[in-house]
Design a protein around this ligand. Structure first.
Ligand SMILES: Nc1nc2c(c(=O)[nH]1)N[C@H]1C(S)=C(S)[C@@H](COP(=O)(O)OP(=O)(O)OC[C@H]3O[C@@H](n4cnc5c(N)ncnc54)[C@H](O)[C@@H]3O)O[C@H]1N2
Ligand code: MOO
Length: 429
């Protein structure tokens, strides 16, 4: 395990007081590792978990050549361009049973979707492409079918012995279905990540407390809870911790004993009354960053040692207090780092291009994230507009947004009609 100083030495031009978003992520990728520990779960309990090892398929899917349509199976070599073809049905192949008869030239077999292709037949004509004569023969109109049409091959989805899903794959609904198609009732996954969270600040009220002058209710605890739950982590909620050294020390120690990662909000800037920074420094190997971004400039990262027997280190993310800065730093840094800790090979939320319907002011030399609504323009392309007040304490414009406009480090002002990058976070946030 590398110390922060060792990681810093590996990164060219690392300056904790002026860090680009890219450099901050490069640092975090070196700081965090996948957790040790796996478990085997029934598929119904594995949604959202991450595969701990490659799944080699014990079977081929589909297990035999079969029909993609309800219709008639035939030998495609009989089809002649420009001519209709008349065939005599000699039997029926039902799904789940092999049809045992033989088929001569001029004959066909009625077949159901999913039924095994009878030996020697390679083409299926859908029922609706045929007409049936009084003698029971079927006729296929000219040029509606080519040899090989509507046949699904054995193993065309997955071949026996191949890697069906790779280690690190997140178990989406599609991946669960795929595992089930292999006949596997259980799956080996990484254990759930345990993430502790607490809010800091003397002005922060817990829900249920009476309002008082100068105080605000703790919103970060709830947004972080939501973000972590969406990620599939187990949340260890330590509430609000007042700015007193003994209380902060107890909270950090408890968090480090129980969690793989600790997230806090508040107290990472340069304010006078903050014991949070001091305690982080005292209990761990922690760097205080000023990131060239908006919102979310100050942030602490590092490791806190656990005093539990055999205790590991917990990774620390000290997020700024402002509610939108919490969400943006979570999306930009914490989420990718936690996914890595979960063993996930998932790539970051993809950026898309959308046309800005308004002019945006932007200072080069920092990454700016603006809350926006991405929608489909009348011509079918993507467009984006901001959701109003972009103050880093303003959550209502975050609620209205379905994405972030990402204005990159070197970028300047954006004109109306100019294309910008957007990170659509529906389903993520
Ligand atoms: N002289 C400087 N002042 C500030 C700087 C700076 O670089 N130099 N950075 C500003 C930026 S940007 C941010 S962000 C904040 C971050 O400060 P802290 O992390 O120390 O956070 P606090 O001061 O504790 O709180 C900031 C703000 O957020 C509200 N807050 C905090 N926790 C919660 C919570 N759990 N729920 C709802 N709201 C919360 C708090 O009341 C403050 O309004 O520093 C700037 N200042
Ligand atoms: O990090 Mo602060 O986000 O700009 O309010």
């Amino acid at each position: 395990m590398k110390t922060l100083a060792q990681i810093a030495a590996e990164l060219q031009g690392y300056d904790p007081k002026a860090l680009s978003v890219g450099d901050a992520n490069a640092f975090l990728a070196r700081l965090v590792q996948p957790v040790q520990g796996t478990e085997t779960l029934p598929l119904f309990n594995a949604l959202g978990r991450v595969l701990a090892s490659d799944v080699v398929s014990p079977v081929s899917v589909p297990p035999h050549d079969n029909s993609a349509m309800d219709g008639y199976a035939l030998a495609g070599a009989q089809l002649v361009p420009g001519q209709p073809l008349t065939l005599r049905p000699v039997g029926t192949a039902l799904a789940g049973k092999a049809w045992a008869g033989t088929v001569a030239t001029g004959e066909c077999v009625k077949i159901m979707t999913g039924a095994i292709m009878p030996a020697g037949l390679d083409t299926v004509v859908p029922q609706e492409f045929t007409t049936t004569g009084a003698d029971g023969h079927i006729t296929i109109a000219a040029d509606v079918l080519r040899p090989g049409d509507n046949r699904r091959f054995k193993g065309e989805d997955i071949r026996e012995g191949s890697v069906a899903l790779a280690q690190g794959e997140p178990l989406t609904p599609a991946a669960l279905g795929l595992l089930a198609s292999l006949g596997l009732p259980t799956v080996a996954v990484y254990r759930r990540l345990r993430v502790a969270y607490f809010s800091t600040g003397d002005e922060i009220l817990s829900l249920g407390e009476a309002p008082r002058e100068g105080a605000v209710y703790d919103s970060n605890r709830y947004t972080v809870f939501g973000l972590l739950t969406r990620l599939g982590a187990e949340v260890i909620d330590l509430g609000v911790v007042r700015d007193e050294p003994a209380l902060l020390e107890a909270a950090f120690r408890q968090a480090a004993r129980q969690a793989d990662a600790i997230i806090t909000s508040g107290g990472v800037s340069v304010g006078e009354a903050d014991h949070t920074r001091t305690m982080m420094k005292q209990l761990g190997d922690v760097a205080f960053w000023r990131i060239a971004m908006r919102p979310g400039r100050p942030m602490a990262v590092g490791r806190l040692a656990s005093d539990a027997p055999g205790g590991r280190n917990a990774v620390l993310f000290g997020l700024p207090g402002n509610p939108v800065a919490v969400m943006v730093t979570f999306l930009a840094f914490v989420r990718p780092a936690l996914l890595r800790m979960m063993g996930s090979s998932h790539s970051p939320v993809p950026l898309m291009r959308a046309t800005s319907t308004e002019a945006l002011r932007k200072k080069p030399g920092r990454t700016e994230y603006q809350r926006g609504t991405v929608s489909t323009a009348p011509d079918g392309s993507l467009q984006v507009c901001t959701t109003g007040n972009q103050g880093s304490g303003v959550l209502s414009s975050m609620v209205q947004a379905n994405g972030l406009i990402v204005l990159h480090h070197g970028q300047g002002d954006v004109a109306v009609g100019e294309a910008v990058d957007v990170m659509v976070f529906d389903g993520v946030v």
